[in-house]
Design a protein around this ligand. Structure first.
Ligand code: SAM
Length: 262
């Protein structure tokens, strides 16, 4: 009988791989509601039919009406005081007046310097070149466009640098809506925003335009020439004082904390 050599297999230690690390769930979005700004516009009403139709060379309202209607539903047709920083020809002002500030006791204060001394992200000269108009023409057009509402005490136009306006205005009379659309330089947007916060009532709404605006012709200092850096900084530092209503090309927040001047 042939003896078979039994080769004992060396017990090999089973090479166990360490368990894979638990898959982290993605963090919840920092800003819960991303609002699509491309919805249909609210049709303009023709309340001011006795005046010549408004005239504009630019349209920085297109595509925003849908979100504004949604965000500002609680203010619509209420006796609210609102502030617009940066009015140009009055297109956005007219939209707010027609669609939100419809209560006879509501008031929109529009502040614009219409001056080449202040900058709008790109220089004011560029703003004029892009719109094919001068700032003085834009101011005259704005006054004509808003006249029906100014006559009825529903709109006031202030020709002033926004920073100066916010610094010198007494904040006792709070605004329920502030639209930030003046200088687009991050430093100015930050200054406007923080100063405007003193004038916003608890429950009041603040909207910034051009959060995602891309400035292709000023690659140098790109971030300093547009509002995003300032808006992000404000949102971080004032994190406990607001809730986000929408974030996309525009940013909209509601103040949740009491304003010390209230
Ligand atoms: C983008 S336009 C405003 C557009 C307007 N909100 C609309 O949607 O129809 C910006 C305006 O801000 C004004 N502006 C820029 N910097 C300013 C400042 N520091 N103070 C006051 N107005 C300023 C400009 O004169 C310009 O009319």
């Amino acid at each position: 009988m042939v003896k078979r050599r039994v080769v004992k297999k060396k017990a090999t230690r089973s090479r166990r791989l360490p368990p894979p690390p638990p898959v982290e769930p993605p963090p919840p979005p920092r800003y819960p509601s991303l609002i699509d700004l491309s919805g249909p516009e609210v049709p303009p009403d023709t309340w001011a039919g006795e005046y010549p139709p408004p005239e504009f060379t630019t349209d920085w309202v297109e595509g925003r009406g849908h979100a504004w209607t949604h965000w500002l539903a609680s203010l619509t047709n209420q006796p609210v005081s609102a502030l617009e920083l940066g009015t140009f020809e009055g297109r956005s002002a007219l939209w707010f007046l027609r669609n939100v500030l419809t209560h006879p006791a509501s008031l929109l204060t529009c502040v614009d310097a219409w001056s080449y001394d202040y900058t709008g992200g790109f220089g004011q000269e560029q703003l004029s070149a892009d719109s094919g108009t001068t700032l003085e023409d834009a101011r005259q057009r704005c006054l004509r466009n808003l006249r029906p509402y100014m006559r009825r005490g529903r709109c006031a136009v202030v020709t002033m640098n926004t920073q100066e306006f916010l610094r010198t205005r007494r904040p006792e009379q709070m605004f329920k809506l502030i639209y930030v659309d003046a200088s687009h330089y991050a430093s100015c947007v930050l200054e406007d925003t923080i100063a405007a916060w003193w004038h916003l009532a608890q429950g009041g709404i603040m909207i910034w335009d051009d959060y995602e605006w891309v400035l292709d012709h000023r690659q140098d200092k790109h971030e300093l020439g547009r509002p995003k850096l300032a808006i992000d900084a404000f949102l971080s530092v004032f994190e406990e004082q607001y809730e986000v209503l929408g974030m996309g090309y525009q940013v909209c927040i509601r103040r949740t904390t009491k304003n010390p001047f209230e």
